[in-house]
Design a protein around this ligand. Structure first.
Ligand SMILES: N[C@@H](CCC(=O)N[C@@H](CS)C(=O)NCC(=O)O)C(=O)O
Length: 341
């Protein structure tokens, strides 16, 4: 082989990367200039995003917004939360009113390809189900023929329920609402026999019932609802920042890095992967338009994915969901981050 062929081959074999720093995208510039991240969230989704009486927001999606603020603005508190109902959410993102949408939204082809938005990942694997009053003594979704169905406008739930009933040769009468508030109060007031939405939503809604035991969630899961954040199309740099922030939360968990131990681990843990992740040995932030400690701050200020899950949705919370498929791939779940290197 000629020398001129050998040299590029040798470089490739040695895995020498030619690193080019990311150009700061316009969203990153705008967020930095503003000193605040504007994040679209659910109006009231227990475990996902909820404001208390002091206006303090908590939830898995809220934590996601805070993690991006920690990575970009070095301060997880620098977030303005904009509550959006199901129909408003993508239009608001497309119109530039928010920098990021983190609002229990299902990644579908139509949404990803036609709404001017792109999903950056999945922060909760869900599926659609049904909740009914216990007193109706219904134990299966297959027995819902002829039921009145509370459903929210602008959701995948509306479409999936139509498919499910058609596929099973059953009929239903839908009662459509625009907000979670309206739908839960109507359902608990008996205006419809069934409430259909994502399983996590149903568990959250049940915490608002006058008596949780009066309602039962049926076992059937009728769809795949991969919930994840999305950003506006056309800003690849911003997309990368948001996507890798999600991965950083998973990678931290996989490496046993928590909010409580990350400072100690920064010096004590000599694993090259951990040293790189925390910005001690290498600067992975440079390629994203961030600094070396971006991932360290996500863990320090917000925590890893598992910590966020446990404090917002886990068995010890009122929502009380098991980790299930949302566990790490190393523990039998689906959560998997590509290498941060
Ligand atoms: N994951 C489904 C459903 C998400 C959804 O919007 N669910 C309703 C169920 S009540 C909700 O969260 N509403 C709260 C609100 O509108 O603020 C989707 O993306 O369409």
């Amino acid at each position: 082989m000629l020398l001129k062929h050998l040299i590029p081959a040798a470089i490739a074999a040695a895995g020498v990367a030619i690193a080019t720093p990311a150009l700061a995208g316009k969203t990153l510039d705008a967020v930095k200039a503003r000193g605040q991240l504007v994040c679209g969230v659910n109006t009231s989704g227990p475990g996902f995003s909820n404001a208390d009486s002091q206006g303090k927001w908590t939830g898995l999606d809220v934590d996601f917004c805070r993690a991006v603020a920690a990575a970009v603005l070095k301060d997880s508190e620098k977030v303005k939360f904009v509550p959006l109902n199901s129909q408003q959410r993508f239009a608001s993102l497309q119109a530039g009113e928010i920098d990021l949408l983190a609002r229990n939204s299902t990644w579908t082809l139509t949404r990803d390809a036609s709404l001017g938005v792109v999903f950056t990942g999945i922060n909760y694997y869900d599926g659609q189900g049904f909740m009914v009053p216990t007193k109706l003594k219904i134990d299966s979704a297959k027995k819902l023929n002829g039921a009145t169905m509370c459903v929210q406008a602008g959701t995948t739930s509306e479409k999936n329920v139509a498919d499910y009933f058609a596929a099973n040769g059953m009929k239903y009468k839908s009662v459509v609402f625009d907000t979670a508030e309206a739908i839960t109060s109507a359902f608990f007031a008996g205006r419809c026999q069934v409430y259909t939405t994502d399983m996590s939503d149903l568990a959250g809604a049940r915490t608002k019932a006058p008596k949780a035991g009066d309602y039962v969630i049926l076992p059937q899961v009728i769809s795949k609802e991969p919930l994840g954040p999305s950003v506006r199309r056309g800003d690849d740099e911003w997309f990368q920042i948001v996507r890798w922030t999600g991965f950083a939360m998973l990678e931290a968990e996989e490496n046993g890095l928590t909010q409580a131990n990350v400072d100690q681990q920064k010096t004590a843990n000599k694993d090259p992967g951990v040293q790189r992740f925390l910005g001690v040995s290498e600067d992975t932030g440079k390629l994203l338009g961030l600094d070396a400690e971006w991932a360290y701050r996500v863990v320090k200020q917000v925590g890893n994915y598992g910590e966020s899950f446990e404090r917002n949705l886990g068995p010890k919370t009122p929502v009380g969901l098991p980790r299930g498929v949302n566990n790490l791939w190393t523990k039998g779940g689906l959560m998997y981050a590509p290498p941060i290197r």
